[in-house]
Write a protein that binds this ligand. Structure first.
Ligand code: G16
Length: 543
């Protein structure tokens, strides 16, 4: 078999964002673009000679072609073996599990997560390390450095590997094992949860709807919820993955999971609704006529995790990303366990999980997970919810009512201003930065600022410092506004404004979130001068 060395030169724009490199699919398809980035990963992680690696993606357009290129490059770079999901498909949490279970040196995960798929939509690639989690900041820095120095990449000349037939094959000297994407993951879920209790719940007539959004979790959800746990046929909707996610936007939030929301807010709503995203790491939870914010969902899982066998001994600690509401902190304080606040991005949870400091973590962007893998895990969160509902005998409404009564309610919303000219988005952030020291004591929209800063994180495990992670403005009484630029978009800049307000008075626990948050929204927009600086009257998406 012939290995070629192809001369190339650095390509601009290969710096990974919050979760790997995400670009328009056509950019990834340009000559040398994918190859350059794959070789830069290989060089950045110190080569792959003699190593085993997992390879899989969410099945979006170009997934299969990109996997063939990656396999040929791994072979040419001397890898010992590749473990690939059948059809080139692995959900992100399943890939994380496979890396850990098989003890590989890491894995290549092909996904742009919740971003749309197709030749005119988005594609992405990231490297996860041997712990199963996204590459650390230090490894990412080495990969970026490699992208700026690359002069050649190595690739084998060979026919395509048959990705569809389960079993062992080879590409030159490199072994290639094609595995069923669902089996190992389903066994892991069975080991964490009380499947008998959940089975009994469904057998009692409990009705659920799971929207797989035409994305990767379809086969996982059907196998686990319907075939194993006995949920009625048809519980999983949009369950057949397609390369462009049915033309939709596989982001599980009330805006994009509208079919599910309409059913859950309609007559005869099922007892429980859930959705997952393009690559299966995000989740949305909704009860009859009741959307559960991701921040509240994290708090619920922390408060009730002991009801599932894997967490029966309690939690070591919890972690949340900085823009996530403080709801989980209040649960952690009551349990006497540590609660960590990290920058946005799952990679920051990795060290805390590896060190055994936290068991559960989550983010406002619809991600929750635990130490069972090193990624957020959509279906895992849904199964933990089911385990809690089955074990407690309570409804979603009763669980939420008790959470707010016991810990107070953190009203929460996020405004996204998308596709803003980068210079204008920077102007909003710079404008806020410039006034930070003058804000404490100032009154805006009836709220008094009590702190303002730009979030920086000192990793408690390895001491690494990460700066400029978003601007926080706190108000007396427990309200907060956070401003941050998204790191996952592929066009222009997206400004995210995260707004929360804590209420503990019993008569203030059932306000409409819009009413409860109106003063915080108004203060945030006034202080940032966002409308003037961007020319935008309203956000593109409110969740
Ligand atoms: C990725 C990361 C998440 C993070 C999110 C933030 O999510 O894995 O940890 O919360 O990005 O996105 P943004 O920077 O746009 O706010 P995913 O699901 O896209 O991989």
């Amino acid at each position: 078999m012939q290995h070629d060395t192809v001369a190339t030169q650095p390509i601009a724009g290969q710096k990974p964002g919050t979760s790997g490199l995400r670009k328009k699919t056509r950019v990834f398809m340009e000559p040398h673009f994918l190859e350059n980035y794959v070789q830069s990963i290989i060089d950045g992680i110190g080569g792959v000679s003699g190593k085993n690696l997992v390879v899989g993606g969410d099945g979006r357009y170009f997934n299969d072609r990109a996997i063939q290129v990656i396999l040929r490059m791994l072979a040419a770079n001397g890898a010992a073996g590749a473990i690939v999901g059948q059809g080139g498909v692995l959900s992100t949490p399943a890939a994380s599990h496979l890396i850990r279970k098989r003890g590989t040196a890491g894995g290549f995960i092909l996904s742009a997560s919740h971003n749309p798929g197709g030749i005119d939509a988005d594609f992405g690639l990231k490297f996860n390390g041997a712990n199963g989690g996204p590459a650390s900041e230090a490894v990412n820095a080495k990969i970026v450095e490699a992208t700026t120095k690359i002069s050649a990449y190595h690739i084998t000349t060979a026919d395509d590997v048959d990705l569809n037939t389960i079993g062992q094959t080879a590409l030159g000297e490199m072994s290639v094992e094609i595995v069923d994407p669902v089996t190992d993951y389903a066994a892991l879920m069975d080991s964490l949860f009380d499947f008998d209790k959940i089975r009994a719940l469904f057998a009692s007539g409990f009705r659920m709807r799971f929207d797989a959004m035409h994305a990767v979790t379809g086969p996982y959800a059907t196998a686990i919820l319907e075939d194993t746990l006995g949920a009625a046929k048809g519980t999983v909707i949009n369950g057949t993955p397609s390369p462009d996610f049915g033309g939709g936007h596989p982001d599980p939030n009330p805006v994009w999971a509208k079919t599910l929301m309409d059913e859950m807010y309609g007559d005869n709503a099922p007892d429980f609704g859930a959705a997952s995203d393009g690559d299966g790491d995000r989740n949305m939870v909704v009860g009859p006529h009741q959307y559960v914010t991701p921040s509240d969902s994290l708090a619920v899982l922390a408060a009730h995790a002991h009801r599932a066998p894997a967490y029966a001994k309690g939690l070591a600690g919890v972690a949340r990303s900085m823009p996530t509401s403080g709801a989980v902190d209040r649960v952690a304080a009551a349990q006497g366990i540590e609660s960590y606040e990290t920058p946005t991005g799952w990679k920051f949870f990795g060290n805390l999980l590896d060190a055994g400091r936290v068991t559960l973590c989550g983010e406002e962007s619809a991600g929750t997970g635990s130490d069972h893998v090193r990624e957020k895990d959509g279906l895992w969160a849904v199964l933990l919810w089911l385990n809690i509902l089955a074990q407690s005998g309570q409804s979603v409404a009763q669980i939420m009512e008790a959470l707010w009564r016991d810990y107070g309610r953190c009203y929460y919303t996020r405004y996204d201003f998308e596709d803003i000219e980068t210079a204008k988005a920077e102007a909003v952030m710079d404008g806020l930065r410039a006034q930070l020291s003058n804000l404490p004591g100032r009154e805006v929209a009836g709220l008094t600022v009590n702190f303002a800063d730009e979030f920086a994180y000192d990793d408690p495990v390895d001491g690494a410092r990460t700066e400029a992670q978003g601007i926080r403005i706190g108000f007396e009484g427990g309200a907060r506004a956070v401003f941050r630029l998204s790191g996952t978009g592929t066009v222009g800049a997206t400004i995210r404004v995260y707004l929360e307000r804590l209420e503990t008075a019993p008569d203030a626990l059932s306000l409409s979130p819009q009413d409860a948050l109106a003063p915080v929204v108004s203060a945030a927009l006034t202080l940032s001068d966002l409308h003037n600086l961007t020319g935008r009257d309203a956000p593109n998406v409110i969740t």
